[in-house]
Design a protein around this ligand. Sequence first.
Ligand code: BGC
Length: 445
Amino acid sequence: MNTISASDFGNDFKWGVAQAAFQTEGHSYSDGKTDSIWDVFQYKKGAIKTGENASKACNFYELYPEDIALTKNLNFDTFAFSLSWPRILPQGIGQINSKGLDYYDRIIDNCLSKNITPWLTLYHWDLPQILQQKKGWANRDVLHWFGEFANICSLKFGDRVKNWKVLNEPSAFCGFGYMTGEHAPGIKNLFHFLAASHHANLCQGIGANIIRKNVKNSYVGTGLATFQVEPKNNKWYNIGATERIEATINKMYIEPLVGLGYPYKDFPAMKLIENYIKPEDEKNIKVSFDYIGIQYYCRLIGKFSLLPPIAFADEVPAKNRNVPMNNMGFEIYPEGFYNVLKKYNSYPNINEIIVSENGICLDDKIENGNINDEVRIKFFQDYLNQMLRAKNEGVNIKGYFCWTLTDNFEWWEGFKARFGLVYVNHQTQERIIKKSGLWFKDFLK
Ligand code: BGC
């Protein structure tokens, strides 16, 4: 492994930390906020593996000045965070909650006062529950609901925020939320999943157009979950199964955006999505983003399986493959990051790439007041090396955001999966910079 420095990536390269509202803010009902689907889902029996909830999370609602100061202290120049839709529109649409807007105003102004660039994600999974009562993302009206939300936010913040990410990982919130039911709103319904996916894909264009109309000199993209996917071996049935996996988790969310349509060739049953496609969608679904946000965590190995039906494909879990893993069981495979960057860069109509999430969760322990997370340091060194390799081969990467600043609420894993550069005691809200945080500070010096 080569020793690299931040300057190898060029002076205009953006280095940031990323986080999401539900995972960090807490204060679920303060100042007029209402339920999001996660506020409801997290209390369902068995929904969160640890039985925890995010009602306090990292108390970013009050502690944002401290966390933005930490971002500055660690020498990052960008702070990427998401807006809570039900804080801003407690009824999902209609009446605006000015206290919700004021809260995000304070965060933005705080960033700017420290010379940190704020980078806004419109949607990171916390749909207003009231809209889920009308089927949420599976209802085509979401195109209007989301458009209204995007319009309000971009009009309000666009004078100071130029960098926008429309959605965070539609594959995850549609797949886990509407198909496997492991995430909010906990639906297991193929048709809701297909409808939700198509609507999410369309919302990215809708969001981008609205932001561009309202924000002068905007820089707009969207964040996609990306995986390196390989078959278990070269048996035809494993290869076919792997193509169906890749069609569902990668291609279904990038190929329509770049004008290639849905990947029916790899997965013919996906044609069922046509039930939800209107003639005008064909032109609206294609979006020329300023950047594509690549969010990379792991490699998946695919194989034929009788379950689930329709897909007839499953993954071979990392724990059965004797490979290094994070504490959620994701394989650590830096070369996959390089491969994904090359692959997405080779799609047509890709302008620039921002790595909008990448990181590792570990069982961090405090020893004598310190967290010596050497494994995380090695992770970043290896992944940044692979990113540099891709960049040097012409992949147009303009920035890298660590997931994440503070240990936060990791969805159905609860607080067990610690991804932060900063350790958080969720009882006292004390923050301790981990060794990896100090490593980054030095790296970015
Ligand atoms: C999500 C984050 C999550 C991270 C780690 C990403 O897919 O956007 O919210 O915490 O993965 O699992």
